[in-house]
Design a protein around this ligand. Structure first.
Ligand SMILES: C[S@@+](CC[C@H](N)C(=O)[O-])C[C@H]1O[C@@H](n2cnc3c(N)ncnc32)[C@H](O)[C@@H]1O
Length: 369
């Protein structure tokens, strides 16, 4: 998966083709920012409120990892220029992107701010010193694009699905776990009461844990907003998903075959937000809240934003897609964490789609009672 997505020459994200062939109407899949600027507008409001909670620091820095075509950065900077000039004057936007083709697309989108201190690029979070950032750490559909390990329970034992090459094609080989970190991950799930039955096949995203630790390290004071397809561990590793969530996308069609069109199709797996939150807690990030996209948008005034649109317009239909309870509105989750400040009251967390502390181990018992 690492090579299929990120090989410098042949990787899906890194080969030098027009990024619009990947994300967007002419590509393989959409993200929220292709559909409608509603989410970017809501994030601009939320970030304005985070700036208030931090006492208007100078600079206020946004670090976005995996910005893709750069649409969110463009829309956030535009919204700040228009509606929050006091923040715009102090705003620094740092983009961290693996793919040179994507960086080129971002530079195009951000042309109005190029050459100003407002926008800059870094190779990775490792380039930031400990606690360097006061502001917001942001990502959308980054963690679900990290390479995952695939595991299968056979005769009560976890095995890993390795990839070999034979007779001119990729083949799967079941073997031992490639790192003790996988057994540790499964042990943590077991401690929460999650045990996987025989035949269960799923994914484990170890990169998500190390990335979350880096976010915690680089953030000094502020809020991390992580938006992605995903679930609590109880849901992700529950009986409904016994074949896992690894999916590939070509021209807006999903497939379960990762060995077809290698390097020419997107691959993604849903995120375990319970483990992500726990990794953050261990590294100093407290959970502010966990919500879904519909509730986040409604808390930040989506209804009023939509009321200004013509009810018959295609624009309204696009915006509604982001809120659909049977689609993007519910599958997308938003993990909000804070560090270096008291727990901030944030409008994006005003409406609670989950009961209790749903990310805490054992909390499924609370929600089912
Ligand atoms: C699914 S796309 C999402 C793009 C964008 N955030 C959006 O919502 O439209 C994932 C992006 O993350 C980038 N990416 C993946 N791993 C990364 C990493 N470790 N550091 C920086 N960028 C990464 C990919 O190159 C790609 O641009």
């Amino acid at each position: 998966m690492e090579l299929a997505l990120y090989h410098p020459e042949f990787g899906y994200y890194t080969r030098t083709a027009d990024p619009r062939e990947r994300i967007g109407p002419k590509g393989d899949y959409y993200t929220s920012f292709d559909v409608h600027p509603l989410l970017a507008g809501a994030l601009a409001r939320q970030i304005g409120q985070i700036d208030d909670r931090l006492g208007h620091p100078d600079p206020f820095t946004i670090v976005e990892t995996g910005p893709g075509k750069g649409l969110l950065a463009r829309d956030l900077l535009t919204a700040c220029d228009r509606h929050n000039p006091a923040l715009a004057a102090r705003l620094r936007y740092i983009l961290i992107e693996h793919s040179p083709a994507m960086v080129a697309a971002q530079r195009e989108q951000l042309a109005p701010w190029l050459g100003t201190p407002r926008v800059s690029w870094l190779n990775g979070l490792a380039d930031l010193r400990d606690g360097a950032i006061t502001g917001t750490m942001l990502s959308n559909e980054l963690v679900d694009a990290f390479p995952v390990h695939r595991i299968k329970i056979l005769d009560g034992e976890p095995k890993e699905l390795h990839v070999a090459y034979a007779d001119g094609r990729f083949v799967e080989q079941t073997g031992p776990l490639s790192t003790p970190a996988l057994a540790q991950y499964l042990a943590r799930l077991a401690a929460m009461g999650i045990t996987l039955p025989d035949g269960y096949t799923t994914e484990i995203n170890l990169r998500a844990i190390s990335w979350m630790r880096e976010v915690a390290r680089a953030l000094g004071r502020g809020v991390a907003l992580t938006i992605d397809y995903g679930h609590t561990a109880q849901d992700l590793y529950g009986p409904d998903r016994k074949r896992g969530t690894l999916l590939c996308y070509t021209r807006h069609q999903a497939s379960e075959d990762p060995y077809a069109r290698v390097g020419l199709q997107d691959m993604t797996a849903h995120v375990d937000f319970t483990t992500l939150a726990a990794a953050g807690e261990e590294a100093g990030l407290s959970v502010t809240g966990f919500t879904n996209q519909t509730s986040f948008l409604m808390g930040l005034g989506a209804e009023q934003m939509l009321a200004s649109l013509d009810p018959e317009s295609p624009e309204l239909q696009s915006a509604i897609q982001l809120l659909r309870p049977d689609g993007m509105g519910r599958t997308f989750k938003i993990l909000v964490q804070h560090k270096g400040i008291a727990e901030p009251a944030l409008d994006g967390l005003k409406f609670k789609p989950f009961f209790g502390s749903v990310l805490a181990p054992g909390s499924s018992k609370v929600t089912k009672s």
